[in-house]
Write a protein that binds this ligand. Structure first.
Ligand code: SF4
Length: 135
């Protein structure tokens, strides 16, 4: 596993440094070096893991670097998966505040804020009945 971590580290460093220098000089951004920084941390963990006495801790560190590398881009992807942008708290739209982003919005949603009603043991504020089968 230590050799695998070192291999990924070298690939990440090459990706980051290569990406940085492949860009035109006026377009170079330090953010292009983020993979190289992650690769540097992974390389340190991989090298430390060559020592059997601290291998477990070093590999936990490597796993942490990998997890952060996975979660960081995921945090940017999730908001993009939802269409539109949330309204400004200073400019809540008329009607249901969700209507600019809601795929079920109907005309009344743009003008009338739905009242909160009790349905069975739940409370619901929506002009569209979510329990309807569409008939
Ligand atoms: S009232 Fe219901 S259907 Fe209409 S926009 Fe709001 S959440 Fe969507």
């Amino acid at each position: 596993m230590a050799k695998l971590a070192i291999g990924f580290a070298v690939a990440l460093i090459a990706l980051g440094v290569g990406g940085y220098f492949a860009a035109a000089a006026e377009a170079r951004s330090l953010t292009a070096l983020i993979p190289a920084i992650a690769g540097g941390l992974l390389l340190i963990c991989g090298l430390l893991a060559m020592n059997p006495a601290i291998r477990m801790h070093a590999m936990h560190g490597a796993a942490m670097v990998g997890l952060l590398g996975f979660l960081a881009p995921l945090g940017r992807l999730i908001p993009q998966a939802i269409k539109g942008t949330p309204p400004s708290p200073q400019q809540i739209p008329a009607g249901c505040p969700y209507h600019p982003r809601c795929p079920y919005a109907i005309d009344v949603c743009t003008t009338v804020d739905p009242p909160l009603v009790r349905v069975d043991r739940r409370r619901l504020a929506c002009h569209v009945d979510p329990f309807s089968d569409g008939e």
